[in-house]
Design a protein around this ligand. Structure first.
Ligand code: ADP
Ligand code: ASP
Ligand code: MG
Length: 459
C-alpha cells in the first residue's frame, strides 16, 4: 500500500480536488490511503478567527467564518455537480454551526487556550477530508472517510502534540487496514489527532506531511507521496529564487536537515517515521503529475556538486546569555539548557565564548520568562527578526575550503553566528531577516551555476 498526501493548494478548489481524484485513480492498484490538508488558507483564517474572538470581537470572527462557509459550500456544489449531495451540504452546515458556537464561546470568555486552538484549527481538515471523500465517491472511487481523531493518538501538548506511535499503529491496523482489505480508499485529514481521552489535538502548523508519514510507518507503506504545488524538493525555495532546480534524489539525512532549517515543502518531523521503517518519500506536483518529483531515500546519492540545497528559516531570535560571574562556571551550560528545556523552547544554533553563550530560538514568546529564570546566573539579551540560512550536502564531508567560498560570496553581509553541525553535512549561519532573498540568490548562483545533471533537473 501507499500513502498519498495532498496539501492545501492541491485541494484549494473544485478543479484542484478533481485533479486529485484523477491522480488517486491512476494509483488504485497500489492500494492508497489518502491524507488531505485543509483547503489553502483556511487554517490561517481559522487562526485569524480565533484571534478576533479571543479579543472579544465576535462580529469579525463570525464574518470570517461566514466567508469560509460560503467557500466550502461553493466548492462542494461545483464538485458534485450535477448530483448535489444533501448529506454533504448538511454536514458542512452542521460543522460551521459548531464553529460559530465555538467562536462565540471564545469571545465570551475572552481567552483562547492551546487546547481550544487545536479544536478550532481542526475544522479545516475535518471539512476538506469530508469533501474529498464525497468527491471521490461521485467519481467512482470507493472512498471511505475516516476521522483522524479516532486513529492518530497524541500526547496532550496542544498545538504541537507528539504522536504516540504504538497506539496509533494499533488503531491503523484495527480501523484503516480492514478498509484497504475491502478494496476501499480511506480518506483522512492530516494535521489533526486526539489524546487518549479523545480531546482534539494538532501536530503543529504544516503537520499534514507528518500525519502521512505516521500513517505510512504504521501501515508499513511501500512509499509515502507528498503532493504539493511545486515539482519536488528544489535547490532552494522557488518563490525566493526562480532559478531553483528540482532535486531528483536526495538522502533522508540531507532532506531532514533542509526541512528542519526552513524548506517548508516538508514538515520537519516528516522523515522520522519514514527513516525508522526505511520507507521512500516522494515529493510530487499535483498540478504537474507527470513530473518525476523528488525521491528521498536512505541511499546516499553520488553528486558532483558540493551542496544539494539551501534553506532559510525566518522569524528567528538570537539570545545572548552572559554569565553573571566573569567566567562560565562548571555546570553553567547545563543550567542554561535546562531552563530552555523547561520552557519547551527548542534551540537551533549555538555558539559559546568564554563568558557567554549565543543561541537561536524559533519564537520569542517564552524569552521573558526564560530570562527571569536565569536572573541569578546570567544576563539575557535578545534580538528578533533574524534568519538561519543552511546549506546542505553530503559532499561537504571531506571537501576543504567550502566555508571560505560561502562567506566570500556574501562578504558584505552581516553574519551573526556560524555553525557547522556535527552531522558534517551542513553549514549554517544567522543573518538579518531582510538579507535572506539576496543571500539565497547569491549563494544559489555561486553553487548551482554548473549543476550535476544526474542529480538536478531544470524541470
Ligand atoms: P502544501 O500546502 O502542499 O503542504 P507548502 O506551502 O507547505 O505546501 O509547501 C510547498 C512550498 O514550499 C512551495 O510552494 C515552496 O514555496 C516552499 N519551499 C520552500 N523551500 C522549498 C524547497 N527547497 N523546495 C521546494 N519548495 C520549497
Ligand atoms: N492545514 C495545516 C496548516 O496549514 C496543516 C498542513 O497544511 O499541513 O498548517
Ligand atoms: Mg505543507
Amino acid at each position: 500500500m501507499i500513502v498519498m498526501k495532498f496539501g492545501g493548494t492541491s485541494v484549494e478548489s473544485a478543479t484542484a480536488i478533481d485533479r486529485v481524484c484523477g491522480i488517486v485513480r491512476e494509483r488504485l492498484a497500489q492500494t492508497p490511503v489518502v491524507v488531505v490538508s485543509a483547503m489553502a488558507k483556511i487554517t490561517d483564517q481559522l487562526v485569524a478567527m480565533g484571534r478576533a474572538a479571543g479579543q472579544g470581537d465576535s462580529a469579525a470572527a463570525l464574518e470570517l467564518a461566514r466567508a469560509a462557509r460560503q467557500r466550502h459550500h461553493h466548492t462542494a456544489r461545483e464538485l458534485l455537480d450535477p448530483q448535489p449531495s444533501d448529506e454533504l451540504e448538511a454536514e458542512i452546515d452542521q460543522t460551521f454551526n459548531a464553529l460559530d458556537e465555538l467562536l462565540k464561546g471564545i469571545a465570551a470568555v475572552g481567552e483562547l487556550t492551546p487546547r481550544t486552538t487545536d479544536y478550532l484549527l481542526s475544522f479545516g481538515e475535518r471539512l476538506s477530508s469530508r469533501m474529498v471523500a464525497a468527491a471521490f465517491a461521485l467519481r467512482g472511487v470507493n472512498a471511505q472517510h475516516v476521522d483522524s481523531r479516532e486513529v492518530l493518538i497524541t500526547d496532550s501538548a496542544h498545538t504541537k502534540a507528539v504522536p504516540q506511535m504504538d497506539e496509533t499503529t494499533d488503531r491503523l491496523i484495527g480501523r484503516v487496514r480492514p478498509l484497504l482489505e475491502q478494496g476501499k480508499v480511506p480518506v483522512m485529514g492530516g494535521f489533526i489527532g486526539a489524546t487518549r481521552e479523545g480531546v482534539t489535538s494538532t501536530l503543529g502548523r504544516g503537520g499534514s506531511d507528518f500525519s502521512a508519514a505516521i500513517f505510512g510507518a504504521g501501515l508499513d507503506a511501500e512509499r509515502i507521496e507528498i503532493w504539493t504545488d511545486v515539482d519536488g524538493m528544489m535547490t532552494t525555495d522557488p518563490k525566493l529564487c526562480p532559478e531553483a532546480l528540482r532535486i531528483k534524489e536526495i538522502s533522508f539525512e540531507e532532506a531532514a536537515e533542509l526541512a528542519y532549517f526552513g524548506a517548508r515543502v516538508l514538515h520537519p518531523a516528516t522523515l522520522l517515521p519514514a527513516i525508522e521503517k526505511n520507507i521512500p518519500v516522494l515529493v510530487l506536483n499535483s498540478r504537474n503529475p507527470a513530473n518525476q518529483g523528488t525521491r528521498i531515500t536512505s541511499r546516499g546519492v553520488p553528486c558532483k556538486s558540493v551542496f544539494k540545497a539551501i534553506a532559510a528559516k525566518k522569524r528567528i531570535t538570537i539570545v545572548d546569555v552572559v554569565a553573571a560571574r566573569m567566567l562560565m562556571a562548571h555546570g553553567f551550560l547545563r543550567s542554561i539548557f535546562e531552563v530552555f528545556d523547561r520552557h519547551r523552547c527548542p534551540v537551533d544554533v549555538v555558539s559559546t565564548s568564554e563568558v557567554s553563550v549565543s543561541l537561536t530560538v524559533d519564537s520569542n514568546e517564552a524569552i521573558p520568562a526564560i530570562a527571569a529564570d536565569m536572573r541569578d546566573v546570567a544576563d539575557v539579551k535578545y534580538e528578533g527578526r533574524k534568519a538561519i540560512v543552511c546549506l546542505v550536502g553530503d559532499n561537504l564531508r571531506g571537501t576543504p575550503g567550502i566555508a571560505a567560498r560561502v562567506f566570500t560570496a556574501i562578504q558584505d553581509i552581516n553574519v551573526r553566528m556560524i555553525s557547522q553541525g556535527a552531522s558534517e553535512i551542513n553549514i549554517t549561519f544567522v543573518i538579518e531577516e531582510d538579507d535572506v532573498p539576496e543571500v539565497i540568490r547569491r549563494l544559489h548562483a555561486c553553487f548551482f551555476a554548473d549543476p550535476d545533471p544526474d542529480v538536478f533537473a531544470r524541470q
